[in-house]
Design a protein. Structure first.
Length: 438
């Protein structure tokens, strides 16, 4: 029996090398079709996207399962590639079908055209995260088609509503389908490689081991309504503006973070100065909305009695959200102003940075990018991984592409795109990872 196992094990490792030109071109073609599907959230009708994945998986002899969680079409997909050691919990490849809305007037190309131009594939979701989802899919398909059996089961879960925190996606799957997705490790979105974003002139691959807590607040000021021709101190807008100014005067966090400290050590303190690296090293607050006025359309000559704003606060792991809000209220210190939480933050902490999977990921990256620095990082935005970290799963966020800061900035913005050459190479890196021992 042992001899037979060794024969099968050796055969799986010696399977034919993929025809990469063919695999990569098929993946690019698939991504273009995927980008043409308007899986905008809301409403997050992802049935068409799920059908596209399902057809590709079934052609390869895999058996995906589809779970529609709302009548409006929010649809999840799960598929499993069995591994050699079924006693180990699987690696979960996690990505999402849904994308954020667009302003077509701000794009130079059709945001749902899936156009390849100037060495990039353009479209809403190219980076977040249809590109990564396509790499997950084709790495899995290539494993199946070349007969390479992974060390453990690999499960792919594609969700419909990551952009709205996942109540009908990852949360529903954890609640209702946990035995199908219970994993030791998760690979999700978050990190990537860059020659300018992390450290000036140095190729660095950041692997997200955690993310900042999301704390959304609403500030409301109460004043006195009046005629705009006669300024008054009880103007709700002026009260609110003063309160916002005080709220934004954030003290230093006073707390170091293990992932940030690891990044500093690995980069020898040479961290680039930009909005991304600034955000992952401290607590932040962004003023996102202002709402005031009387009438529709609003009357210019009426001072309103109330004025509102929303603040998007992102806290480092380990920061106490209740204390953060209490300190903000103390800074504002105005009985005419209320501050309320819109969402409660999740803080599952960070994933371990010394796991066998992290080592395998580093090796896969260095095979294609010798001399690069691979480091744990935090990310300033939220992902579905936070729910899985709360279940005790080790989760990493990574897209295996080298991207400059300008390209990264197109995520959730205009002209979203990824470089085709990096997409092709990233597919090979994922394949190398999936056939690794971990």
């Amino acid at each position: 029996m042992k001899h037979l196992w060794l024969i099968l094990f050796g055969a799986s490792l010696c399977a034919a090398e993929p025809d990469w030109n063919s695999v990569e071109q098929r993946a690019v073609d698939f991504l273009q079709r995927y980008l043409r599907i308007r899986s905008i959230n809301p409403p997050a009708d992802t049935r068409e996207a799920a059908a596209l994945f399902r057809a590709e998986l079934e052609k390869a002899g895999l058996t995906p399962r589809i779970y529609q969680t709302t009548p409006e079409g929010k649809t999840n997909l799960i598929v499993r590639l069995p591994g050699r050691d079924r006693s180990k919990k699987p690696l979960l490849l996690l990505n999402h079908f849904d994308v954020v809305p667009v302003d077509p007037k701000a794009w130079s190309v059709d945001p749902f055209g899936g156009i390849v131009k100037d060495g990039f594939v353009w479209g809403r979701g190219a980076m977040d995260m249809k590109g990564t989802g396509t790499m997950h899919l084709f790495a899995l398909l290539t494993m199946k088609q070349t007969g390479v059996q992974p060390a453990r089961d690999i499960v792919m879960l594609v969700t419909p509503d990551e952009e709205t925190s996942g109540p009908d996606g990852v949360e529903a799957m954890i609640r209702d389908r946990w035995p199908e997705i219970e994993a030791e490790y998760v690979m999700d979105e978050g990190g990537f490689g860059s020659r300018d974003l992390f450290s000036p002139g140095k190729l660095v691959f950041g692997v997200a081991v955690g993310e900042k807590q999301v704390l959304w607040l609403r500030m409301r000021a109460k004043g006195i309504a009046a005629h705009g021709s006669q300024p008054i101190p009880e103007n709700a807008n002026m009260i609110l503006l003063d309160a916002i100014g005080k709220a934004l005067q954030l003290p230093a966090s006073g707390r170091s973070n293990e992932a940030v400290e690891a990044m500093r050590r690995n980069l020898r303190g040479q961290i680039a100065e930009n909005k991304f690296t600034s955000a992952i090293q401290r607590n932040t607050i962004s003023l996102t909305t202002l709402t005031a006025g009387v009438g529709s359309p609003v009357k210019v000559n009426v001072i309103p009695s109330t004025s509102e704003a929303t603040l998007d606060c992102r806290l480092l792991p380990g920061v106490n959200a209740a204390e953060f809000v209490s300190e903000m209220k103390a800074r504002v210190n105005d009985p005419r102003v209320t501050i309320e939480q819109i969402v409660d933050p999740n803080d599952p902490g960070i994933s371990r940075m010394d796991s066998p999977l992290f080592s395998a990921l580093r090796a896969a990256i260095l095979k294609f990018h010798p001399g690069a620095t691979v480091t744990p990082i935090l990310i300033p935005f939220g992902t579905d991984s936070v729910k899985l970290r709360k279940k005790g799963v080790t989760a990493y966020g990574f897209t295996p592409m080298v991207l400059d800061a300008a390209t990264v900035a197109t995520m959730h913005s205009d002209e979203e795109r990824i470089p085709v050459a990096e997409f092709r190479k990233g597919l090979r890196i994922f394949y190398e990872l999936l056939k690794s021992e971990f």
